[in-house]
Design a protein around this ligand. Structure first.
Ligand code: SF4
Length: 423
């Protein structure tokens, strides 16, 4: 969580402003396409709606090295502790103004269960007293009691507990009070409660997400992708959010820990690899094989896969099945569907692809149209890789774009994203 140190008593306007500022730097986005545009050719039709965060408290009893809410940080903090009614009023106001929802979250105040109770009450007051019926994402504290999770989930639409590190040994290094057990147990509990609520048709949150910091334990991207796949499968997560680990200050209790700032381009590549797994049928081995465990800065993971499997190309656009089309760089979910639909009425030529606005500049190396190949035999040339690199694009990704990814958004935009992403 970001740093909120307050030197004086705050007005309500101050609090709202601080929460809004903080929301720009917190929690990975549910909709990364905007940031990825700059990095690697994933397209989307519009900027994602972002939702504000409402904090129950920002003074934590835990002391995670990377966090601005850690206990070892001195100074007065913003907090709404013991006043969930007031926070509910504020949060409902923010959510109504924003139009897309709100994220009710907190640092751990006193202990996990005490804080979870406050979050649950806030959510309940938002529904019952503020009559807010829109999207609520509520945070679940590490090690929270299942009954309190049930209470929170009965009013929220989405729950999340952050896994943070890709290796469980990482907790001892950067988040000493956290451990595998106090993160995965509530995650399993949420998954179980979502599943049983679906069966019994009781009202309960319908999705779960988590956040994972890349670079916090020196792990490779293969480790991250393998973990993400396991989390999606085992806990039926809606999304894994990737955020850049940044430790560029000295935190008490973490003496001589080396400074690390994970570059933003890595987040862009992780989001691309994640979407390839979720929407395109790629596996962790496809995007990060053992022989190549890091995603590459200058080339997106789908193009990298194609370069490793040149023997499968070119594919004939008029006969390739949907899954094969999805493996062609430049043809994503949207265009694979459009091509298959168009094939019913005509023989697809390169001109027709151009009219359909398929990224011919990118896919021409990997396809034939009615037997015709137009890429000067580049498929067999070492120059092909150079044609696929993200030339001219700013692979560092500006801070503002990356930070725009760090905002929570509502479920509505997921639908836009799933149909619109192409890589
Ligand atoms: S548990 Fe760790 S990451 Fe979460 S608010 Fe507390 S110090 Fe920050």
């Amino acid at each position: 969580m970001a740093n909120i140190i307050l030197p004086r008593a705050l007005t309500t306007d101050d609090k709202v402003r601080l929460m809004e500022e903080d929301a720009c730097f917190e929690i990975a986005s549910d909709y990364d396409a905007e940031g990825i545009n700059a990095a690697g050719r994933i397209r989307s039709r519009g900027a994602p709606p972002k939702i504000p965060k409402a904090f129950v408290a920002s003074n934590c009893v835990f002391n995670c090295a990377y966090c601005g809410c850690r206990s070892s940080l001195t100074g007065e903090r913003c907090g709404y502790v013991n006043d969930p009614r007031a926070l509910a009023r504020l949060a409902a106001g923010m959510a109504k103004e924003n139009g897309h929802g709100v994220f009710v979250t907190s640092a751990i105040y006193k202990n996990a269960d005490y804080t979870q109770e406050l979050i649950a009450q806030t959510v309940r007051y938002m529904r019952e007293e503020e009559h807010y019926h829109g999207f609520i994402h509520a945070k679940v504290m590490p090690g929270a009691d299942p009954q309190l999770i049930a209470k929170t989930g009965s009013g929220a639409d989405r729950l999340s507990v952050n896994i943070e590190v890709a290796n469980s040994e990482g907790y001892a290094r950067i988040a000493k009070q956290k451990n595998k057990n106090n993160i995965l147990t509530p995650m399993a509990d949420i998954a179980g409660q979502i599943a049983s609520a679906k069966q019994s048709k009781e009202r309960f949150a319908y999705s779960q997400t988590t956040q994972l910091m890349a670079g916090s334990t020196g792990e490779d991207d293969r480790t991250i992708m393998t973990l993400s796949r396991a989390l999606y499968d085992k806990y039926r997560l809606k999304r894994v959010y990737y955020t850049a680990y940044r430790y560029n200050h000295d935190a008490q209790g973490y003496d001589k820990m080396p400074f690390v700032v994970t570059p933003y381009w890595r987040m862009a590549r992780l989001y691309q690899a994640d979407r390839l797994m979720q929407l395109y049928g790629f596996t962790p081995d496809d995007v990060t094989p053992q022989s190549d465990p890091f995603l590459q800065q200058d080339i997106d993971p789908k193009a990298a896969w194609a370069l490793r499997h040149l023997d499968l190309y070119p594919v004939e656009i008029n006969t390739a099945d949907y899954e094969t089309l999805l493996r062609v760089p430049g043809i994503g979910v949207t265009y694979a569907k459009k091509i298959i639909a168009a094939r019913r009425y005509t023989v697809i030529t390169h001109d027709i692809l151009k009219q359909m606005r398929v990224a011919l500049k990118r896919c021409r190396y990997f396809i034939t149209c009615d037997g015709k190949y137009i890429a000067d035999n580049l498929l067999d040339s070492p120059a092909l890789r150079g044609c696929l690199v993200s030339g001219g694009e700013d692979m560092s990704i500006s801070a503002s774009l990356a930070e725009s990814r760090a905002c929570e958004i509502s479920d509505k935009s997921d639908k836009v994203k799933i149909t619109d992403i192409d890589i």
